[in-house]
Write a protein that binds this ligand. Sequence first.
Ligand code: COA
Length: 147
Amino acid sequence: MQITLRFVAADAPEIQGEHELRYQVLRKPLGYGRDAVAFDFDDDSYHLLAFSADEVVGCVLFHPESPLTGRLYQMAVDPRLQSAGLGRRLVAELETRLQRDGFREVTLHAREVAAGFYGRLGYATVGAPFEEVGVPHRHMAKTLRSS
Ligand SMILES: CC(C)(COP(=O)(O)OP(=O)(O)OC[C@H]1O[C@@H](n2cnc3c(N)ncnc32)[C@H](O)[C@@H]1OP(=O)(O)O)[C@@H](O)C(=O)NCCC(=O)NCCS
């Protein structure tokens, strides 16, 4: 199956598929409704989507918080495609774009169960565990190399 990655604008029609994936993978399993999917800074964020034909099967977002740093969030891979390298591909492609755009650091709130994934990609935990959306999380961060 060929999976292609593409950045899309926050108001692109493909965002509907992104929202559905975010709901199915990140919100529904925790008992939240579709109304809990969107963040108020989505419009100001990068949206990198993975497509199988026209279907959105992966996503990762990044919200710039300064010209040098920002937060990666809403990282999700379709359960049928997990553990096959797509998450790694999404983060690598996002980081390449961010380096090109001058960012030097990526931070994120990792669910404790996903912290090992980010660790494999070079992210380090920072500070104490905390709770968000009812599950344990860790602050994590990575310094990007200058391009
Ligand atoms: C977490 C998630 C994004 C990872 O994507 P993926 O496509 O399954 O991961 P990959 O196959 O690219 O894995 C890359 C590496 O991380 C490891 N890894 C993947 N998920 C992991 C996890 N939950 N814990 C520890 N290591 C993990 C893989 O074994 C692989 O290791 P390698 O370096 O030996 O190859 C995906 O499983 C997912 O969507 N999970 C549910 C939603 C979620 O938890 N999102 C994160 C919210 S913070």
